[in-house]
Ligand binder design. Structure first.
Ligand code: ADP
Length: 157
């Protein structure tokens, strides 16, 4: 079985993340989209809210499951018997950062392989960080996030 973990904060999930997972579905038997919980890091949306949106977005995709984890990604992969990590690359700074992490994970994660997909050009400028900034400024994020999030923001604003 080819099991991949797609780890991230997903604060919130963007159309860039969704595109990446959908494109990776044919490559794996199962993809676990896993929210990494870091108690030091303050998030805009609660873990429950982020997981609810992930569950909703991938509800029709049988190979995709949603989970969360604390601690090292490699330990979560081991627990899940996942042999691959899935990551996206938007630009050269993603590459520099991801290269180091992937090399480390290969050593400490018992030959865990990271599979990278290059983001689609239309999503290479999309990041959760930018989306959070726009939300805080009460701007329109409908080009960057799924419609359930847009709906939620309309209701809460
Ligand atoms: P982290 O907190 O680890 O940065 P994110 O939730 O921001 O996690 O992102 C998780 C993964 O999704 C990373 O591999 C990142 O490169 C990828 N990613 C984020 N935004 C995009 C995008 N617009 N297109 C493709 N991949 C993306």
């Amino acid at each position: 079985m080819r099991i991949a973990v797609f780890p991230g904060s997903f604060d919130p999930i963007t159309l860039g993340h969704i595109d990446l997972v959908k494109r990776a579905i044919p490559l794996f038997d199962r993809i676990i989209v896993a929210v990494g919980v870091n108690s030091q890091k303050k998030t805009l949306f609660s873990l429950e809210q982020r997981m609810e949106w992930l569950n909703e977005v991938f509800k029709e995709d049988d190979q995709v499951t949603i989970d969360s984890f604390k601690g090292l990604t490699v330990n979560f992969c081991k627990d899940q018997q996942a042999n691959f990590l899935l990551r996206g690359l938007r630009n050269a700074s993603d590459f520099d950062y991801e290269k180091t992490i992937s090399q480390l994970n290969h050593i400490i994660g018992d030959k865990l392989e990271t599979v990278f997909l290059i983001s689609k050009p239309e999503y290479s400028h999309v990041s959760s960080t930018i989306v959070r900034e726009i939300i805080r400024g009460k701007g329109d994020v409908s080009s960057f996030v799924p419609s359930i999030i847009v709906k939620h923001l309309k209701q809460t604003n």
